[in-house]
Design a protein around this ligand. Structure first.
Ligand SMILES: Cc1cc2nc3c(=O)[nH]c(=O)nc-3n(C[C@H](O)[C@H](O)[C@H](O)COP(=O)(O)O)c2cc1C
Length: 148
C-alpha cells in the first residue's frame, strides 16, 4: 500500500464548483504514478475517511504544465482541512488520468469514481472506525437502493 502524508493546501477552488471539493497535497516525489485511486485518509489519530484520490497535473485544465498534486475528495465530508497534516493510504487503483473534452464529462466521471469508492469502502471496511462511516453507509444504502 502506498502511503503519502502532507499538509493540506488551498487548491484552485474549482473542485467546489464541480461538486467535488478536494483536500490538496503537493507532491514532490516520483514515488507514485499518476492515476485515480480508492483510498483511506486519516484526518485525526482515530478518524479515517474513505476518499477518491487523484494524482496528476489536472491535465483537463492545465495540459501537462500544471503542478503535480494529490487531491483527495473525502466522501460525505465537508469540514475544513487547510493547514492540517493528513495521511493518505492509496488502496486500490481505479483508472489512469484522462484529459476530458468538457467539464461536464469530467464531472460525470467523478460521479462514477466516487460511487466505486463508496462501494469499495463498504465492502472492505465494514467496521470503519469513523463516525463518517455511519453517515457514509446511510447515504450509500440510499444511493444504491435508488440505483437498483
Ligand atoms: C477522484 C478524482 C479524479 C480526477 N480525475 C481527473 C482526470 O482524470 N483528469 C483531470 O484532468 N483531472 C482530474 N481530477 C482533478 C480535477 O480536475 C480537479 O479536482 C478539479 O480541477 C479541481 O481542482 P482544484 O482542487 O485545484 O480546485 C480528478 C479529481 C478527483 C477528485
Amino acid at each position: 500500500m502506498i502511503v503519502i502524508e502532507g499538509i493540506v493546501e488551498q487548491g484552485d477552488q474549482r473542485g467546489r464548483l464541480l461538486g467535488f471539493p478536494t483536500a490538496n497535497i503537493p507532491l514532490d516525489s516520483e514515488e507514485v504514478d499518476d492515476g485515480v485511486w480508492g483510498a483511506i485518509v486519516r484526518i485525526e489519530p482515530d478518524r479515517w475517511v474513505p476518499a477518491a484520490v487523484s494524482i496528476g497535473c489536472r491535465r483537463t485544465f492545465y495540459a501537462e504544465s500544471g503542478q503535480r498534486v494529490l487531491e483527495a475528495h473525502l466522501l460525505y465530508f465537508n469540514e475544513e482541512l487547510y493547514g492540517r497534516r493528513i495521511r493518505v493510504e492509496l488502496a486500490t487503483k481505479l483508472r489512469p488520468q484522462r484529459t476530458f473534452d468538457t467539464t461536464e464529462a469530467l464531472t460525470e466521471q467523478l460521479h462514477q469514481d466516487v460511487q466505486r469508492v463508496l462501494e469499495w469502502s463498504l465492502t472492505h471496511f465494514p467496521a470503519f472506525p469513523s463516525h463518517n462511516r455511519r453517515e457514509c453507509s446511510a447515504v450509500a444504502r440510499q444511493t444504491l437502493s435508488n440505483a437498483s
